[in-house]
Ligand binder design. Structure first.
Ligand SMILES: *[C@@H]1O[C@H](CO)[C@@H](O)[C@H](O)[C@H]1NC(C)=O
Ligand SMILES: *[C@@H]1O[C@H](CO)[C@@H](O)[C@H](O)[C@H]1NC(C)=O
Length: 523
């Protein structure tokens, strides 16, 4: 009921002068007319309310189309998400909740029959009891041992060419002292696992005794836009180890700028060279504002278009970042396999992290860190809601959570979605004499008579993922184009690799085979 209508009626009645203005005979008529008017008005109001209720109902059901279907499900497999983190009331996981709600999940906790655990912090120590005996359909948003990738010391001291040179303290102190003496021009930053407490220092000012910290080369001469240094955050999703499957959100990235211009350079002013929580958003950068704010492009397209307009090869930059991501996972996969060994299956696990890169003037790419549970809070910048929800949706879509599947079937086949016939590749080879007689030759490994059930299962998972990838794209195994696929020799490794596990080779080879069949599986 509209409050203002009620107020007006009150005034009407309480106005004493009203009645005296009219003769007694017409008073009755007015009363009847008024009552009639009131009746009609009330009827209209009711119709309006009913209409509005229906509209709300429709809107709600458009927004949450799956909710009803799942709750009515006769098999009782209503899906529950257990979102876990410290101080959740502060709302930093709001966008995670939003997306789960959109795709039909209800929030719950460990006491429920949950389908997915979305833990903000690494859960394998604190929740080891809950995670020791997972039901076959339960999924968890981390991999055991993923700290080998996201731990700053561990990552920085992995010797890869795109990681700025680093020394672990105190164990590599002597090496550092020797190195810095022969490279007096290099600047250094001291970091530790918990803080990005970054401040540039001369070699002589560093505290060499601090346990759990490291010293890293500072990348000077960064690539600047309108005088500001920036970093690029690439959202990366690991869906499988042994074989490895890694994807990135392909169509967008987080691009954050330092609040102050880099030059004139001053090590005392961190705002010139450190991207932190209070960063400067892309739309504050004059050369980018119009593309982003007026023309409505996303972060990635805005950056690419800017670089293109300056004649710079942005494709190379993205390819270098992909190649860095590939190398990190290939390097750390053995550790991940080792740490996952005590779990009966790693099919439960997936993980989304953010790789942060900076560029130098020559457009060389440097990996600064990998964030487990990257910040998805849009508290400072409401505009980031779109990106964060897009990322979360992509992750959930890729791992098959954004599409309702009855738990009964998740074991092996998802009826109508995938069947063993969908994963057959290399018909010309498998139909030939060699592979009809034995499985010894490497080219026969993917033929029906040579794949065991376990292999067939991970191939079917790969097939489903590929079809559910939304705007993510695979970085491992590396995609090939159809020309390469047709020339492919099954005895070799993937481009640029010298070693490769049998499983990884099989997985790669399978994608090559699918790419021969359909362009959709190629680059
Ligand atoms: C995440 O970012 C928000 C700003 O959007 C900030 O307030 C918050 O402290 C950040 N959280 C963490 C854990 O870094
Ligand atoms: C396929 O990839 C190879 C190697 O990267 C490249 O040389 C070739 O031009 C590509 N072919 C097509 C049709 O894109």
């Amino acid at each position: 009921m509209d409050y203002r209508d009620f107020e007006m009626n009150k005034h009407f009645h309480s106005d004493g002068s009203f009645r005296s203005k009219f003769r007694k005979s017409s008073k009755f008529m007015y009363l009847v007319a008024f009552v009639l008017f009131l009746g009609v008005a009330l009827t209209f109001l009711n119709i309006f309310e009913l209409h509005k209720m229906r509209e709300d109902y429709n809107q709600h059901h458009e927004m949450f189309p799956h909710v009803e279907g799942i709750q009515d499900d006769k098999t009782g497999t209503g899906q529950v998400v257990w979102v876990q983190g410290k101080n959740m009331h502060s709302g930093y996981l709001k966008h995670v909740h939003n997306v789960f709600q959109q795709i039909g999940f209800t929030p719950g906790d460990q006491s429920d029959d949950w389908t997915v655990l979305w833990a903000h912090d690494y859960p394998f120590k604190t929740l080891s009891k809950e995670l020791a005996h997972l039901k076959k359909y339960q999924k968890v948003n981390h991999f055991p041992g993923s700290g080998f990738i996201t731990n700053k010391v561990s990552l920085a001291t992995s010797k890869m060419k795109f990681i700025p040179k680093a020394f672990k303290l105190p164990s590599q102190k002597d090496q550092f002292v020797a190195f810095s003496k022969s490279h007096p021009d290099m600047m250094w930053v001291q970091k530790n696992n918990n803080h990005r407490g970054i401040q540039i220092k001369g070699a002589e000012e560093l505290d060499m005794t601090k346990e759990g910290s490291f010293i890293q080369e500072f990348i000077d001469k960064p690539f600047l836009i309108d005088g500001h240094k920036f970093d690029i955050g690439v959202y990366t999703i690991l869906t499988s180890i042994n074989p490895l499957r890694v994807y990135i959100v392909e169509d967008d990235a987080l691009i954050r700028f330092c609040p102050e211009e880099y030059y004139p350079f001053d090590t005392a002013v961190r705002d010139k060279y450190v991207v932190h929580d209070e960063y400067m958003p892309l739309w504050k950068i004059p050369s980018l504002r119009s593309l982003y704010s007026d023309k409505g492009f996303n972060f990635k397209t805005t950056l690419n278009q800017y670089m293109k307009s300056k004649g710079l090869d942005y494709e190379k930059v993205w390819n270098d970042m992909k190649s860095a991501i590939q190398q990190v996972y290939l390097e750390k996969e053995p550790k991940l396999i080792e740490y996952s060994a005590k779990y009966p299956s790693t099919d439960h696990f997936f993980e989304m992290v953010r790789f942060d890169f900076v560029l130098d003037e020559k457009l060389n790419t440097y990996l600064m860190e990998v964030n487990m549970s990257p910040n998805l809070s849009s508290r400072h910048f409401a505009q980031n809601k779109r990106l964060y929800e897009h990322v979360v949706f992509n992750v959930l879509s890729l791992v098959g959570l954004a599409e309702y599947v009855s738990h009964e079937h998740l074991d092996y086949e998802e009826i109508g979605r995938v069947a063993p016939t969908d994963v057959r590749v290399f018909p010309e080879v498998c139909n030939g004499k060699i592979c009809s007689e034995s499985c010894v030759s490497s080219q026969c490994k993917l033929c029906r008579r040579c794949v065991n059930r376990q292999t067939e299962t991970f191939l079917m998972r790969a097939y489903l993922e590929h079809n559910r990838r939304w705007s993510t794209r695979r970085v491992l195994p590396p995609p090939v184009n159809q020309t390469q696929a047709l020339l492919w020799d099954p005895a070799t490794y993937w481009p640029g690799s010298e070693t490769m596990s049998d499983r990884n080779r099989l997985m790669f080879h399978w994608f090559v085979g699918k790419c021969r069949q359909s362009m959709d599986f190629c680059v």
